[in-house]
Design a protein around this ligand. Sequence first.
Ligand code: PPS
Length: 288
Amino acid sequence: MSSEEIYLSYHGVLLPKETHSLESLRFAQDFTFKDDDVVAVVYPKSGTVWMQEILPLVLNGGDLTPIHTVPNWDRVPWLEEKRLEVVVDKLASPRPMVSHLPYHLMPPSFLTSKAKVIYVMRNPRDVMVSSYFFHQMAGFLPDPGTFDEFMNSFLEGKVMFGKWTDHVKSWKHTELGDRIMYITYEEMVQDLPAALRRMSDFLGRDLSEETIQKITEHCSFKTMKDNVMSNFSLVPKVYLDNDKSPFLRKGVIGDWKNHFSSEQLAKFTSVIDKDLEKESFTLPWSLD
Ligand code: PPS
């Protein structure tokens, strides 16, 4: 399939046609945010599905019903995807959602509402590796080619949702004040209870230590991998084939070390550094 058949270009950003359409993007643009809505914004392969597990539990005080009865894509829908229109009326407030959109493509009502955002960032080297394997299992995405070829596509932003650096820049330059909280995938892997406490405080929840521990257990990589409502085993293999590469693949920090050559690392680091050289913020990981 050609790139035109696979993607639609939305303000210059590539989106898979399988899950996005001009209608779904119009629906997202016209979407009316409520002040108590909560959106986890995540560049692809940085912890989106993890947030679809975490958010309902943090918001509802640890009631496991949603994660045991509703598939992740309907439980915490993507703002920009076709499913939102189908499920939006079933979402109870406070409504949890996820999005891969860059900040400048968020709808007007989001900007004027008081809806809160948790922005999750992951080391781009691990994002790229995760995405490389995802392209092998996702029937609606192009063949990634060799690792080297895919690295070029990733660094040039010729992948879904565009350049990683553009995404991060857009969300680091918002005027959302205390409506946005930043967290990293790595913080979540290293100390999930601490990450949950931060999210709970940010969302004005007062979760007991017992509830934090319960959510930690149910949002662990292992538990999620066994949860049919979260591991995409309900999706026909023609779309997502867990036999080729599982969606919940490794869930670790630093898998890039198993895949990058020293030349690839040097190139990757220099392109990311150059893209961010004029930025005032620093990345939470060393890219050396
Ligand atoms: S997508 O397709 O954009 O929605 O993918 P996304 O969910 O953002 O990212 C998938 C990666 O997140 C990992 N993941 C987890 N890691 C640790 N713990 C938990 N609970 C967890 N849940 C999902 C998932 O395994 C993918 O990373 P890789 O490196 O490929 O394993």
